[in-house]
Design a protein around this ligand. Structure first.
Ligand code: AMP
Ligand code: GLY
Length: 430
């Protein structure tokens, strides 16, 4: 008999989660999302359109469908306690409890956990709950900081002094976010993403990925949710050494150990955002979920049965042998509305042309009578897989270029030129 799995969330990441589940044997999918994602809907037996943070509504739907597992995509429902509520009804969640999700939703908690347990890769930091104290601190120190709101901000992200703001801009931003802030030493290096499956006791790493946060080619423009990402056939990145990688995995294991020591239950996906610096890998942040776009790279490459991974996470018996990925390069490119992220053009008709071998993942897009319309966030993504990065990039690029309408994408993601620049930067730093 099929096992029923609930997928929570309606973005590109959740389309990739749903697609990977639909390739598994004996899985039926029910899904909850606030707006109908055409890709997820097509793969689901039943869907419920409601806010993903409306815990009673999601629990009621899950019970009605008779799901045995729930896979939670975004962080907001984790913070709302959806995992706790589903578990209380006997539905095993792939997604941590509200308290364990604080690793993402409370930056002060995260940094204190690293400090208290002596986990490597923690930059110098100070947390504040008061505008004047935070402003006085940066003024007195004369140094540059990464300014991070403590909680989830729904768009208002990190501001880096010397990059996005000067001293006055920094103080203004601290006032704007109300003084609930972590100030961190500004790190210099190259970023990479290490995502892991966590079954409560074991950490199983996935291939490394690199995301591109900036809106425009050449890493120019404002930060976005992520414009695209790539991974390499050998599952590592050329500017990350074997030592860097082992340290990063050790840090992920350290975090799980620290949470266990505090009695926090963590089952799901644990995402580490790292910066390789002259002193090795440092932690930018953790997320209590898959990355978006990184999920699309890796779930397209996943060659083991995702339904089985879900079962093993729920049982606490996941091992490295349960998880395998194709040894191919992957390139993911997001199409976003013209004007994104600051002034996205909403409600614009777009047409997808011949996208060849690229995998299409729908994100923030509405379909009406077979016609697609942009919304305010990232629209849809293409993933190309290939034996080389060049091949994967070409597949994704041709597909992205086939889309007409008021959308754009970064043509440089996954190109050799960008990779060379990252490698050159790391050579300078080391
Ligand atoms: P966001 O997605 O808004 O949380 O922005 C996170 C981005 O801010 C990261 O991808 C980094 O590029 C940058 N960042 C965060 N923390 C630091 C830090 N301590 N030093 C330098 N850059 C940072
Ligand atoms: N790609 C970064 C994130 O999902 O937060």
């Amino acid at each position: 008999m099929d096992m029923k799995i609930l997928v929570v969330g309606g973005g590109g990441r959740e389309h990739a989660l749903t697609e990977a589940l639909s390739r598994s044997s004996n899985v039926t999918i029910c899904s909850v999302m606030s707006r109908k994602n055409p890709g997820i809907a097509a793969l689901s037996e039943e869907i419920c359109l409601c806010r993903e943070t409306d815990v009673p509504a999601v629990v009621a739907f899950a019970k009605e469908c008779g799901v045995i597992y729930a896979v939670i995509g975004p962080e907001a429902p984790l913070e709302a306690g959806l995992s706790d509520a589903l578990e209380a009804e006997g539905i095993s969640c792939i997604g941590p409890t509200r308290k364990a999700a604080r690793i993402e939703t409370d930056k002060e908690f995260c940094r204190n956990l690293m400090k208290d347990f002596g986990i490597a890769g923690c930059p110098a930091f100070a947390a504040f709950h008061d505008v004047d104290a935070a402003c006085a601190y940066i003024e007195a120190s004369g140094r540059e900081y990464a300014i991070k709101p403590i909680g989830l901000t729904g768009g208002k992200g990190v501001k880096i002094m010397g990059e996005h703001v000067g001293l006055e801009g920094a103080k203004e931003y601290i006032r704007e976010i109300g003084g609930e802030v972590v100030l961190e030493e500004r790190l210099i290096g190259e970023e990479f993403t290490l995502m892991t499956f966590v079954d409560g006791e074991h950490v199983v790493p996935m291939p490394l990925v690199q995301d591109h946060k900036r809106a425009f080619e050449g890493d120019e423009g404002p930060n976005t949710g992520g414009m695209g990402s790539y991974s390499m056939p050998d599952h590592t990145l050329p500017f990350v050494t074997g030592d860097d990688y082992r340290q990063a995995v050790g840090i992920m294991e350290g975090i799980l150990g620290a949470m266990r020591a505090k009695g926090l239950v963590y089952k799901g996906f644990l995402y580490g955002q790292f910066m390789v610096t002259a002193d090795g890998p440092m932690v930018i942040e953790f997320n209590a979920r898959f990355g978006d776009p990184e999920a699309m790279n890796l779930l397209a490459l996943l060659s083991s049965d995702f339904g089985r991974i879900v079962t093993k996470i729920a049982q606490g018996t996941l091992g490295p042998d349960d998880v395998s990925f194709l040894h191919k390069a992957s390139v993911c490119k997001y199409l976003v509305p013209e004007g994104y992220p600051e002034h996205p053009q909403k409600g614009m008709e777009i047409t997808v042309g011949d996208h060849g071998d690229a995998v299409l993942y729908y994100a923030n897009v509405v379909e009406e009578r077979g016609v697609l319309f942009t919304q305010t966030s990232r629209t849809l993504a293409f993933v190309g897989l290939g034996d080389t990065l060049e091949e994967a990039e070409q597949i994704a690029e041709r597909a992205a270029a086939s889309v007409s309408g008021a959308v754009r994408h970064r043509s440089d993601i996954g190109t050799r030129a960008v990779l060379e620049r990252r490698m050159e930067h790391m050579r300078e730093i080391r």
